[in-house]
Design a protein around this ligand. Sequence first.
Ligand code: LHQ
Length: 265
Amino acid sequence: MRTDYEHLLVQQEDGVLTITMNRPEVLNAVSEPMLDGLGEVMEEAAQDESVRCVVLTGAGRAFGSGADLRGFAARHASGEPLKVSVHLQKYHRVVRAIRSMPKPVIAAVRGVAAGASCNLALACDLRIASEDARFIEAFARIGLVPDAGGGFFLAHLVGLSKALELSMLADEVSGPEAERLGLANKCVPAAEFDEEVRRLARRLAQGPTLAYGLIKKLMHTALTSDLETTMRVEGELQDIAIQSADHREGVTAFLQKRPAQFRGH
Ligand code: LHQ
């Protein structure tokens, strides 16, 4: 794995790849190198069998503050016609890589997660929030619509009514409220945050990785398909899972009354 990225820290330990957005002086506002790096490292992590769980987090007191706004005023002042959809493809590359990653991706959200950073967290499979977390769909505050896949994730995670409220009012959602809404899987006291993230990531990294990847496929299929399609895909995925060494190990361990030792394939 390449680890020398600008504006990203990348560390691997015990099958867990931790990607830290690293511009703490601007609350990890997304820069071009950060975005390109995220796309590349997520795609590499997908291919690397030694990586069995990915954690996305931010350095310092925040997860991330969204797109770096400092260049925006200059761009408006230049009078050039603005078209951002091409640039958004870089966010979409990251979102696709997270969603198609055949292993679990956790967002570890401490402090603020605003705008596109918030939506990158929503693209992950699981979210652990610190009690001091602040999720903000900040876009409407600056007259924009949620991007980086946020419309899709919000509507699915919290339902249409709440998704519209969070997007239109752009108010902060605290860690405990995020857990209550289903925006975060779990909210933990700030003092326990690092340990909780480590514990969950290790647990997932020791799990049946191949099955986790198939579970992602199944759930993503279910979100956008009908029951018949989902059941057909379920059969195809179970045909793969049942041939895995981890399935054999799980059954053997059950019958021998011992914990399973999954190898991820
Ligand atoms: C920042 C930022 C920031 C630069 C804090 N940029 N410096 C849109 C269009 C086009 C293409 C792609 O994608 C997008 C997607 C988007 O993400 S649009 C949404 C962009 N983000 C925002 O609108 C959020 C802007 N930031 C804020 O509202 C606040 O900073 C939040 C609520 C995040 C945090 O508030 P505080 O905890 O009070 O911190 P702060 O405001 O004092 O920020 C600390 C520093 O970070 C400060 O710098 P300074 O030099 O004064 O200490 C901020 O200027 C800087 N910073 N966000 N996005």
